[in-house]
Ligand binder design. Structure first.
Ligand code: NAP
Ligand code: FE
Length: 368
């Protein structure tokens, strides 16, 4: 048996967990840079709670609210400069996966004034990042608990993640009440991201006994809310919002051990070039992933289906309908993708069987 793992984040969860525990911020210093997207921190109610808390703790702050979806390295670099200018002691990220991932990068840039924006991909002998505190407002990426930050390289517009011990938050507040303002489409996309994480981790060659338990818990939790999103096409109830958030964290614990497989690697193409949101883009390749996985581990696929309480046919249909990807990739775009996947692609190596670039191209060609 193998339960090798590393997850150093202090996680505080539950309704009102930030309002009841914001005193924990005091140990991080007297000044912070708040990092957010354009509107979600406000819409979710999290920013108002944070500003009240900071004022009552007499912690000074400045706000950087220019983080885009699929955040760019240059935006994070700019926020890092701002953190240095104000001598921030810590970074407080509020939002979905994009501002949360950006916050991890901002903390690295802030502590490394000699870095260019692209140096973040080759961090050697670099200074320790500022501590990062996160408050999630979506239920999908698990960024609150992973040592990963997915950035879009401003030089070539390609999504590329950084990972390692310097990419973990110190503290994450996970209060589902900040996800209640999510509209239907983002709710669906982020729920599909959790499903992708749970499935990719479960069926990965890197799965171990602990990651499998986390994925299994995520499958059980995701079962009812996913069926309801698919069948009723309604926003989740408050109870389902809580379940979706906790499921995203279990799936996050799981990918934190294994990393993702080919659906995520292929999904990046749909996000970069066709503007498909991250969760739907990865999920678009789950049907191929599930069908391929059956050849290598039929038992695990059956276990996943039984915990999701779905037949294979139902799950594939649910994924296809909810991901709703209708793109047409021109044939002359394929050499670019082939070039990108030359050499070793982590998500391919971890996928079941001997998954290589020609396999990826064949799957992607279904969209041509
Ligand atoms: P997101 O890109 O953070 O946000 C998507 C949209 O939802 C944005 O328009 C955002 O507004 C809005 N939004 C967020 N919270 C809201 C709320 N409570 N109410 C209303 N609107 C809200 O979405 P995400 O799916 O959570 O994150 C995707 C990113 O995470 C991708 O870059 C992906 O690659 C990455 N990711 C990271 C990991 C990891 O382990 N670190 C894992 C999987 C995915 P604003 O623009 O105003 O914020
Ligand atoms: Fe993801």
């Amino acid at each position: 048996m193998n339960i090798n793992s590393y997850m150093p984040v202090k996680v505080v969860s539950g309704k009102n967990c930030f309002n009841e525990n914001y005193g924990l911020l005091e140990s991080f210093g007297r000044k912070c840079l708040i990092v957010t997207g354009k509107t979600s921190a406000k819409k979710s109610g999290a920013l108002d709670d944070v500003l009240k808390a900071l004022s009552s703790l007499s912690i000074e702050y400045d706000i950087f609210n220019e983080i885009s979806e699929n955040p760019y390295t240059l935006e994070c670099f700019k926020a890092g400069e701002k953190a240095r200018e104000i001598s921030a002691d810590f970074i407080l990220g509020i939002g979905g996966g994009s501002p949360l991932d950006a916050s991890k990068a901002v903390a690295i840039y802030a502590a490394n004034p000699d870095f260019s924006h692209s140096d973040i991909y080759k961090r050697e002998n670099c200074n320790k990042p500022l501590p990062v505190v996160l408050i999630g407002t979506t239920a999908g990426t698990g960024s609150e608990v992973t040592g990963v930050s997915v950035l879009t390289n401003s030089d070539d517009n390609m999504k590329k993640s950084i990972s390692g011990p310097d990419c973990y938050a110190a503290l994450s507040f996970c209060d589902y009440k900040y996800t209640l303002s999510l509209p239907f489409n983002i709710t669906v996309s982020t729920a599909l991201d959790s499903l992708s994480h749970a499935l990719e981790a479960y069926l990965s060659k890197s799965a171990n006994d602990l990651s499998s338990i986390y994925s299994e818990k995520a499958f059980s939790l995701l079962s009812a809310p996913l069926k309801n999103l698919y069948e009723k096409k309604e926003l989740p109830s408050e109870n389902e919002r809580e379940i979706l958030y906790i499921a995203s964290l279990f799936a996050g614990f799981s990918i934190n051990i294994t990393g993702t497989c080919f659906p995520h690697a292929l999904g990046y193409i749909l996000t970069e070039d066709y503007n498909i949101p991250h969760g739907k883009a990865s999920a678009a390749f789950l049907p191929d992933f599930i069908i391929r996985s059956k050849v290598y581990d039929k038992t695990k696929v059956s276990n996943a289906l039984s915990l999701l309480e779905m037949s294979e046919e139902y799950l594939l249909e649910l994924i296809t309908v909810l991901s709703d990807v209708n793109v047409k990739i021109p044939l002359d775009a394929f050499p670019k993708y082939e070039g990108r996947w030359r050499g070793s692609v982590k998500g391919f190596i971890k996928s079941p069987g001997d998954f290589k670039t020609p396999d990826a191209i064949e799957i992607l060609k279904k969209y041509s």
